[in-house]
Design a protein around this ligand. Structure first.
Ligand SMILES: [Zn+2]
Length: 459
């Protein structure tokens, strides 16, 4: 991994994005990292359970279940519309089973995990992994949530040697049930203290006591016992930090860039936008996009519409619908950069490259929400401000992915466009983006916030 001390001066957004990746060990850590940046910029926290009294010109944010976030800026004058940038906070990972996760196999301690989303799972094999997420613990008479990260390499999915598996011609052909049980120790790693030697290894509810103890200690909670852990949301993660690579340090390699890149660039573009006289400016980071977004914190739900309605709870239903008709949403999720040696997988009309700017995403089957009108608005804004914009549509024989854009458009009725930073190796444990695309995407989002209204003439 190269280090470039001057990156912080040359491109503070790119360096802060790398810092953000290295803080965002899990969706819960990512939301905490966003919270910290919003609070440093003067945003006040709202609780959904409380009554809100929102003031003109003030900045607010809320989180839901620690894994999703809405932030918004009230306009200086009477609100007449929304402008929103949305992304998602989570990525494909291996998730610890909260049934009986601790197993013994052939004298080794193994951990049962399940796949979350559609990862390139072969990239997880033979990498040094650790564990991150949250524990829900009994604390006095209530339940407390702790952010935890084991921090050091503990887990590994060992590959089978080539000499022993010559029939495995397809390296992608893994058995998700048997090839992905994470090794994390010898089975005889019992307590070496005199007291420990007397008792057999204890596994509460099939959970591994030592893992739970390590995670409690990582949160500084030596006061809590392993039996205080009621449940958890824990993911494996790569221990190698994100950083720049390339001859001129032109790329950023790291885990979970889909879609921490979208969350980070949307948030920074939103924070940098000029205060509006009439638009409520909104940034949202949703959960569960990788598994269909159907949850109380996902985009395929009442979440967005209910927050929008609550922000404007003093206006009539008719006025609210007029707002919706004047509003604009940008859905920001990663886009495929053309693979240098497998370019036949991409449509022949597409030439998306790293470091050449954000990508407008178009799909005839509405996998993306972009329409001719929302794309025209985005192109107009990019062109008038000399912000580079690349365009992608899938090859006709490749189904491609979807994202939050179409869901948010359908559930709010707002004009929506889909964009995203270009990425190589989407859903790998080590995705690759371009250093320049961080700032280029931020400047596009910021300009949308600043100019969407003046360029809008759509009926
Ligand atoms: Zn994504």
């Amino acid at each position: 991994m190269n280090t470039i001390p001057e990156l912080r001066q040359m491109d503070p957004h790119a360096q802060d994005y790398i810092d953000f990746l290295n803080e965002s060990h899990s969706p819960y850590h990512a939301i905490a990292a966003m919270q910290q940046r919003l609070e440093a910029d003067g945003f006040c926290r709202l609780k959904e359970r409380d009554a809100w009294s929102l003031e003109a010109g003030k900045k607010y944010y809320l989180t839901r279940d620690g894994n999703s976030l809405f932030a918004f800026k009230m306009p200086a004058g009477k609100p007449t519309r929304f402008v929103m940038a949305g992304a998602h906070s989570e990525s494909p990972v291996w998730r610890l089973k909260s049934t009986a996760h601790a197993l013994n196999k052939k004298g080794l301690r193994m951990c049962a995990v399940e796949p979350y989303g559609g990862g390139l799972w072969q990239t997880w094999v033979d990498r040094d992994l650790t564990m991150s997420g949250r524990l829900m613990v009994k604390s006095n008479d209530s339940i407390e949530t702790l952010l935890v990260d084991a921090g050091r390499p503990i887990f590994r999915f060992p590959s089978i040697a080539i000499h022993l598996a010559k029939e495995r011609k397809d390296p992608l052909n893994f058995d998700l049930a048997n090839d992905f049980i994470a090794l994390f120790g010898d089975s005889d790693d019992s307590d070496e203290s005199e007291e420990g030697k007397k008792k057999a290894p204890k596994i509460r509810n099939g959970w591994d006591d030592k893992l739970m103890r390590l995670l409690l200690d990582s949160a500084g909670r030596t006061d809590l016992a392993v039996d205080d852990v009621l449940d958890f949301d824990l993911d494996l993660r790569d221990v190698t930090p994100a950083g720049t690579i390339g001859f001129n340090n032109e790329f950023i390699a790291g885990q979970r860039q889909d879609n921490l890149h979208g969350s980070y660039t949307s948030m920074r573009g939103f924070m940098s936008a000029q205060p509006s006289s009439d638009a409520v400016q909104i940034f949202a980071s949703f959960n569960h996009e990788e598994v269909g977004s159907r949850s109380n914190t996902g985009a395929n739900s009442v979440y967005t519409a209910s927050i929008l309605r609550r922000v404007l709870n003093t206006v009539s239903e008719d006025e609210y619908q007029r707002f919706i008709a004047s509003s604009f949403i940008v859905s920001n999720d990663m886009s495929h950069s053309v693979h240098p040696t497998l370019s036949d997988r991409h449509d022949s009309t597409v030439d998306v490259k790293l470091n050449k700017g954000c990508v407008l995403k178009i799909s005839g089957r509405q996998a993306y929400a972009s329409s001719g009108s929302s794309s025209a608005l985005l192109r107009f804004i990019a062109e008038s401000n000399k912000i580079p914009l690349q365009i992608v549509s899938n090859k006709n024989t490749v189904r491609g992915g979807g994202t939050i854009g179409s869901m948010v458009a359908a559930l709010t009725g707002c004009l929506t466009v889909d964009i995203g930073g270009p990425l190589l190796g989407m859903h790998s444990i080590r995705e690759l983006c371009g250093v320049k695309d961080v700032s280029l995407t931020i400047s596009l989002i910021q300009t949308v916030f600043d100019q969407a209204q003046t360029r809008m003439a759509l009926e």
